[in-house]
Ligand binder design. Structure first.
Ligand code: NAP
Length: 468
């Protein structure tokens, strides 16, 4: 008997409307195939774009380009966006199985990796992703952020550490040109910060920054960059990396030029870059952070480091660990707690015994871990979609595959989802807020983010476009 899938569009649910989910939807829509597809792209937030909206610093020049590209994909109208719906709460796996022939989990990595050193629980010790969410106007973080530290430590030598250190050391007025919400501006405005220290545990040739992001550090007004010549150690592996990798070479040049140029201009704020310092303990008094104990490291020849037994206590009142994201476990799907990913082979989700579960797929950071830039996410989606297409004939057809069936279920449950038209309304609203702020304030603002979730949903639902 021919499969019912031969006579109707393949129904696919994608959970997560960040870059991973949007790329997967786009690639599936455009793929060469001899059957139709019908895709619903879900997000737990009322707005799409995931970590591009809620995970990248607002003053980052390249995010706009990525947002525009994702917008174009969703604006074509052949992928249905359903926002403010949480998988595992509003929709269970059994619902998804009932309504769709296949599901792709693209839920990302939103937690912070733990340092596992004493003092991590002190007041003033934070995971970087939380403050990133705050300054990016994430609807689910408190509006107030405790910015009372004069001296701040940021642990890690990746782009997230750079983002956090740059935003926290900038003068708030210089962020007014970005889309930061009013509460973020007010919070940063009252920050008494004078010194932000970024600590890398390895050497200058082992940094995980990217050249553009590193150079951007020196563009902040009234912020001096401070480097320490004794940190500039290079072992054999460092020399090899500088020789063979252009990015490393460019960044080491940037850093060494900064030392030569002596960046001390008497600015009111300083951004210190330390290398070969590994965190040992966050020091506290009365439950609050008062310092950070670091151990000097020595390069071992292969780019790895070993502690030297030389310790330094840095007086800081806040510590942000930016040592990598960690995948967030999602209900009813397996989770590799060591790697923070959904167990899979090439995007096909595995069960506890390592067998492929038909119809379940994954892509993006929850598939491969929180590493790599946006281009890798595209490659990832290509692989997953390739496997989904290969499996097409074997998929178990859903019992209720019509597009209306999902809407009926959400309505029945009283779940107030948002739509693409709703997002367009919210987008317009944010831009209007930006225009109003420009008229009233000293700088041109393209957009000001609307923040509390209820307000976002209210604005989005005011579009009130019936969903087919
Ligand atoms: P990342 O690039 O993996 O960097 C993590 C850093 O933390 C590394 O320097 C690592 O050092 C350090 N680290 C790990 N464990 C540590 C420990 N126990 N103690 C001290 N240091 C430790 O991670 P990320 O910064 O979270 O970025 C994730 C991805 O997003 C990256 O691909 C990044 O480029 C991308 N991203 C890009 C942008 C952008 O603007 N382009 C912005 C944000 C994020 P080791 O090398 O020694 O392990």
């Amino acid at each position: 008997m021919p499969s019912p899938l031969e006579n109707r569009p393949l129904r696919v649910a994608i959970i997560g409307a960040g870059p991973a989910g949007v790329y997967a939807a786009d690639i599936l829509t455009k793929a060469e195939r001899d059957f139709e597809v019908s895709i619903d792209l879900f997000d737990q937030h009322p707005a799409p774009y995931g970590l591009i909206r809620y995970g990248v610093a607002p003053d980052h020049p390249r995010i706009k380009g990525i947002v525009n590209a994702l917008h174009k994909v969703l604006d074509r109208g052949d992928i249905r966006f359903i926002g403010d719906v949480t998988y595992g709460r509003d929709l269970l796996l059994s619902d998804i199985r009932d309504l769709y022939d296949a599901v792709i989990f693209a839920t990302g990595a939103n937690d912070d990796a733990a340092l596992n050193i004493p003092g991590e629980e002190l007041e003033g010790s934070f995971g970087a992703s939380r403050v990133v969410s705050w300054y990016d106007g994430h609807p689910d973080v408190p509006r107030e952020w405790p910015l009372n530290a004069k001296e701040i430590a940021v642990i890690g030598n990746g782009n997230v550490a750079l983002d956090v250190a740059r935003v926290l050391s900038k003068h708030a007025d210089d962020l007014l040109v970005t889309e930061i919400p009013e509460n973020v501006y007010e919070g940063l405005k009252s920050s008494p910060v004078t010194d932000v220290h970024i600590f890398g545990r390895r050497g200058p040739a082992q940094i995980k920054f990217t050249p553009l992001e590193l150079r951007e550090l020196s563009h902040s007004r009234d912020v001096d960059i401070v480097l320490y010549p004794e940190d500039f150690e290079f072992d054999e592996a460092s020399d090899e990396a500088i020789k063979s990798n252009n990015q490393v070479k460019t960044m080491v040049n940037t850093l060494t030029n900064w030392i030569v140029e002596e960046q001390d201009t008497g600015a009111s704020r300083r951004l210190h870059l330390h290398f070969l310092q590994s965190p040992v303990e966050i020091l506290g008094e009365d439950g609050k952070v008062v310092g950070l104990k670091m151990e000097r490291q020595e390069l071992q020849g292969d780019g790895s480091v070993k502690g030297t037994g030389e310790f330094t206590d840095y007086p800081v009142q806040a510590v942000y660990r930016a040592i990598g994201y960690f995948g967030t476990e999602i209900p009813e799907v397996g989770f590799d707690a060591k790697r923070g990913v959904i167990p899979n082979v090439g995007g096909r989700v595995l069960d506890e015994s390592g067998e492929v579960i038909p119809g379940l797929y994954t892509t993006g950071w929850i598939k491969r871990g929180p590493v790599g830039l946006i281009g890798h996410t595209k490659g990832d989606a290509l692989e997953t979609i390739g496997h989904l297409l290969e499996d097409h004939a074997e998929l178990k057809p859903a019992a209720h595959p019509s597009e209306d069936a999902l809407i009926e279920l959400l309505n029945e449950r009283g779940i107030e989802f948002t739509t693409w038209e709703g997002w367009l309304a919210l987008d317009e609203h944010e831009k209007a807020l930006g225009a109003a702020a420009s008229e009233a304030g000293p700088v041109q603002r393209e957009r000001v983010k609307v923040v509390p979730r209820e307000e976002m949903v209210k604005v989005a639902r005011s579009a009130d476009v019936p969903v087919a």
